[in-house]
Design a protein around this ligand. Sequence first.
Ligand code: AMP
Length: 219
Amino acid sequence: MNFIIVGCGRLGSELARRLNQSGHTVVVVDQNKAAFERLSADFRGRTVHGEALSEKVLERAGIKEADGLAAVTNSDTLNAVVAHAARVIYQVPVVVCRNYDPRRRPLLEAFGFYVVSSTAWGAQRIEELLIGITSRAVFSAGNGEVEVYELVLPPEWHGCTWADLCSGNLGTLPVAVTRAGRAMIVTPDLKFEAGDLLNVSATFEGIKILRAQLESRKE
Ligand code: AMP
């Protein structure tokens, strides 16, 4: 598919790397030529140097043929204007807009494109880790009969296996464990470490039992 990324900073360059690696055609736009140095050495896409508010620049980037556009500069206003133009003038099928200031998010959402607020998302995740919320749903299947939960393994369970946590609990299955940013499949002999992010698929009853099990080792 053909994607345009507007803004080649910390977010845009990482997005470009990912899309390019998964085989898509990527064009990256930035007003600062030096920003393209952030692109990985194996990046096979095209770069367009210029001001993203210029129609000529967007058209040079191929906006008329784009399947999707991500407006990910460091300005909420600019991202909103570019995303709006992409949707309304050029009818780009999928438009995603980066949002910095969470107070502006409702306004951006009213325009009708996808809004990703890394600030709000990051603050929520950091809060959860700081206050030690042990589990939260990250995906709901059907009407929520089965959900995928994410939980942080408490220190008192360091060294345990999946069987130690869930043997006899038929309402849970392991999905993945993430350690130092890398995800792994949960094998029967894998020993969890304190702070591991564990994704489990569970019924309502299953997660209740798992939460109780996690609490059982607390003084
Ligand atoms: P970052 O905050 O690291 O993701 O970087 C944001 C990127 O957006 C920088 O590389 C800026 O040069 C780029 N940028 C900001 N304003 C514009 C603009 N008007 N047109 C094109 N690129 C821009």
